[in-house]
Design a protein around this ligand. Structure first.
Ligand code: OGA
Ligand code: ZN
Ligand code: ZN
Length: 406
């Protein structure tokens, strides 16, 4: 079958099926063929994609298989025979792929942009599997203007892209008013409240229920390792920082993982596999959770850390012979994180806000001296999911805008 440049111009990124997705046409289907009941799509840029019949049938976008109201699947997927085969395939005049299945002659129609975006060949997985860059002491923290972020979605997108990649960003010109931290966080999504409130004040106070609310030095840590899923993002807005001390410090737990893997593989194995325990006991709550200090994904890349030395609970689940190695590994990791090569440090000025990935960019504060001046930060948390969702929504809006001008 010849490629048909005519339909290449006609087909829109938007699916004519119940799917909110926007699928830019980055390549056209030149030819579709059947091999052992699977489907092979040959693209006009010399690449090919092989789709397992069962995979493709499960994704059928027709309105029997999917509700065009909810955009969710309607069929019981176990009704699809495991040995389903594609009986026939061809392209329609728009360049969509039409498939007829051995499953009672069911017919499916697939958008070429969707097929290309979702194919899973070795080359496609390699293109998509990006690893986030890690950072040490020579990192220049990306800075953004808060006014632009409030007013303009392109600025918001730039900020969120940096936050997603590096897990640490800095905003300037945040007005010195209460509620501004929430206002900025809500550009992303819903604030995650905790036992410390929806928005929390970081000030030294006599009835402190966290070390953060004393004036002592806070070692590198993440907040709320005591939760099954600790908040993914943290925002701290500096309203006053007149006291001596009170500098902010950060270190990238993903960078530490990379170094450990090379320099101390035995330590790496322990901190990525042993569960460490955390607790937060207060008058009105008693939270506990455990997990590896650094958690890896199925590719062996770090996806989160659970590190905090002032909310440590005792190990109660390890046999005596393993406790020493687990504690030594934690010391090793903490010493590494505190090395100069890992450290990013600055003093926040009033109007600054730091936004960081709480499960990746560990934060610390040097001691401050309340008798020398006021120090006051306002903070809140969000989940990582909301960052991912907002980024995808902004990308969707960009694609729609681009599509409309074609
Ligand atoms: C916190 C915290 C840092 C600071 O509130 O969890 O780490 O600079 N605060 O006071
Ligand atoms: Zn269907
Ligand atoms: Zn903290």
């Amino acid at each position: 079958m010849n490629s048909a440049p005519l339909f290449a111009q006609q087909v829109s990124s938007r699916l004519e099926i119940p799917d909110m997705g926007i699928w830019p046409i980055t390549a056209q289907i030149k030819r579709a063929r059947l091999v052992d009941g699977d489907l092979i799509v040959d693209w006009d840029d010399q690449k090919s994609s092989r789709f397992l019949a069962l995979w493709l049938r499960e994704q059928c976008p027709c309105t029997i298989c999917h509700s065009d109201i909810t955009r969710e699947t309607l069929i019981d997927i176990t009704d699809i025979p495991m040995d389903i085969q594609a009986m026939e395939c061809r392209l329609d005049e728009m360049g969509y792929l039409l498939v007829t299945w051995s499953d009672q002659g069911h017919a499916s129609r697939y958008h070429p942009g969707w097929l290309r975006a979702n194919c899973y060949d070795d080359w496609a997985r390699a293109e998509r599997g990006h690893t986030r860059p890690t950072w040490g002491c020579d990192f220049t923290v990306p800075e953004f203007d808060a006014t632009g972020i409030i007013e303009n979605d392109d600025h918001l997108y730039e900020w969120l892209t940096a936050l997603d990649s590096y897990g640490l960003t800095r905003l300037q010109n945040v007005p010195l008013e209460h509620g501004r931290v929430a206002h900025l966080a809500e550009r992303i999504g819903k604030i995650r409240s905790t036992n410390f409130g929806t928005v929390f004040d970081v000030v030294s106070k006599p009835d402190a229920d966290s070390n953060a609310y004393l004036s002592v030095e806070l070692p590198l840590h993440m907040d709320l390792p005591t939760r099954e899923t600790p908040p993914g993002l943290q925002f701290l807005h500096c309203i006053e920082n007149a006291a001596d001390g009170g500098e902010s410090r950060f270190a990238d737990a993903y960078h530490a993982a990379k170094i450990l893997k090379e320099e101390a593989p035995d330590i790496f194995r322990i901190v990525t596999t042993v569960d460490y325990c955390f607790q937060n006991r207060a008058v009105d709550c008693d939270y506990r959770a455990s997990g590896p200090l650094i958690k890896l994904d199925s590719r062996g890349e770090p996806i989160e850390s659970r590190i905090n030395t002032f909310l440590t609970a005792p190990f109660t689940h390890l046999p005596h012979e393993e406790v020493k190695a687990a504690l030594e590994a934690k010391h090793y990791l903490m010493r590494l994180l505190n090395e100069d090569r890992m450290r990013v440090q600055f003093k926040m000025a009033p109007g600054d806000m730091v936004a960081f990935d709480n499960r990746r960019a560990l934060h610390a504060r040097t001691e401050f001296f309340p008798n020398t001046g006021h120090r006051y930060l306002e903070g809140c948390y969000l989940d990582r999911d909301d960052l991912g969702s907002r980024l995808r929504m902004l990308e969707r809006a960009k694609t729609i805008a681009k599509d409309a001008t074609r």
